[in-house]
Ligand binder design. Structure first.
Ligand SMILES: Cc1cc2nc3c(=O)[nH]c(=O)nc-3n(C[C@H](O)[C@H](O)[C@H](O)COP(=O)(O)O)c2cc1C
Length: 200
């Protein structure tokens, strides 16, 4: 962990179900004044799933399409551009989150196959010992998925499955997804003021 709350975040999204979790995560980092820059990468499959789940139409104005407004903080990067800033360890990314993370992307990260920017940026986080959070989403899991989760965790990633809490009794899907985003952000050292706190 850096000795300050992460200021420069890399957020990637892949072709697993759960686009509303990405939406609430991006809204939270856009709101959080401690976060200065968000480099945002979406795989082609992520666009396909977001078309189903959020009604997305293509890549233009991608951030506005996802969060419903433009953002000066969130900078889209092309997944095919392995020369983008976050592809290098010399770029001061503080942490990376893949939300949701498909088991395909998990497999590539866990096995060092860094042929696209998402996997390369994750690979850089692991080699530089920076926090890497993988919000893996698939069910049921086969042994390959489970082995790859072990391999990624063994290399330093946090497996943060896309499993929301229900004990806070969320009254909407957005509230449920927002609380999940709160938990990921707290894990990265960015606790949120509206986070649910269990009182016992
Ligand atoms: C509607 C839809 C839902 C999907 N849900 C999942 C899922 O929950 N988890 C998963 O690992 N793959 C899921 N997939 C399959 C992935 O999108 C597919 O394996 C893709 O190649 C992943 O590519 P990526 O890892 O580069 O984003 C889904 C695909 C579609 C079209």
């Amino acid at each position: 962990m850096p000795d300050h709350p992460p200021q420069n975040l890399t957020v990637a999204t892949t072709g697993a179900s759960g686009a509303l979790f990405l939406k609430q995560f991006l809204l939270a980092v856009d709101r959080d004044r401690r976060v200065q820059t968000v480099d945002f990468i979406a795989s082609d499959s992520a666009l396909r799933v977001m078309a189903e789940e959020l009604g997305l139409r293509g890549r233009s104005q991608l951030v506005s399409q996802i969060i419903g407004k433009s953002s000066r903080k969130i900078h889209p990067q092309a997944n095919a551009d392995i020369g983008a800033n976050v592809a290098s360890g010399s770029y001061p990314a503080d942490a990376m989150v893949v939300i949701p993370c498909s088991v395909g992307t998990l497999a590539r990260i866990a096995n060092g196959i860094a042929s696209h920017l998402i996997e390369r940026a994750a690979d850089v986080c692991l080699k530089e010992k920076r926090p890497l959070v993988l919000c893996v989403r698939e069910t049921p899991l086969n042994k390959i998925h489970i082995r790859n989760m072990f391999r990624a965790a063994d290399a330093g990633a946090t497996i943060f499955p896309l499993i929301p809490a229900l004990y806070n009794r969320p009254s909407s899907l957005d509230e449920m997804a927002r609380e999940f985003a709160n938990r990921v952000l707290a894990h990265l050292g960015l606790p949120q003021p509206d986070a649910y706190r269990w009182k016992g």
